[in-house]
Design a protein around this ligand. Sequence first.
Ligand code: R5P
Length: 293
Amino acid sequence: MADLDDVQETRNYYTDIPQRSEPFFLKGSNALDWGMQNRLSRIFNPKSGKTVMLAFDHGYFQGPTTGLERIDINILPLVPYADTLMLTRGILRSNIPPSANNSIVLRASGGPSILKELSNEEVAVSIEDSIRLNVSAMAVQVFIGGENEKQSVINMTKLVDQGTRYGIPTLAVTAVGKEMTRDAKYFRLATRMCAELGAHYIKTYYVEKDFDTVTSCCPVPIVIAGGKKLPELDALKMAYNAIQQGAAGVDMGRNIFQSEAPVAMIQAVRAVVHENETPEKALDLYNTIKNSK
Ligand code: R5P
């Protein structure tokens, strides 16, 4: 029985102070349900509004990619520095300790290998398994202009519908095949289509010219992929420029795990993303950490 002795009568109802009602910090996400916003807050840091996602899902279509031969050796040392891990359920279950506190963005589409037509993907994870794995978002490749454009768009809308039922956001990843143009006009089309059809945030590539037009007309947050391995300073410049032009973070793989010093590189990327550090100062940080080992 509850203890009823000495119940105090004086209470302060603060009748003169309106209840706090703060807008959600992420662009275009105010109308989402609590669970959806809570999961997005595990991906994007509410203080900076940004995220450093470490992408190492490349094996889902190309096998043991350079730098990902042994996830336990190559990737686990980076985990403490990532806000979010983007990976497949196979690698999550086999290599990532459940005690890791990172948010998880689960690769939820797949099918073809690099030996086949890559756009021929389907949804490859059930919503039940996404829930079981306690993921913060599901990621799906969308091939605008690709051979299986419509199929990939429908994969995305299916995941959006399933995820909405349970409060799990969907990340649309705009894929670029070898034959597709990588310019702002193309990415405006691809990112806007994904957002209009329900994706909660979008991953795309940085382009030198007019990237700010891609972020400005996309109604939900955009993060950039790293793309092929660049010299460290160039990769940091790309991340810096993307953030200054409206990106809400990076989902970077090869430019971190293929770096000469991946643990130093991910910390340099964090400084650019979360602290607006300049690429030159972030490179100094990279060299300091690298040389301290
Ligand atoms: C590729 O399809 C994968 O989804 C990667 O997650 C993505 O490309 C980001 O990795 P990277 O920075 O190596 O391009």
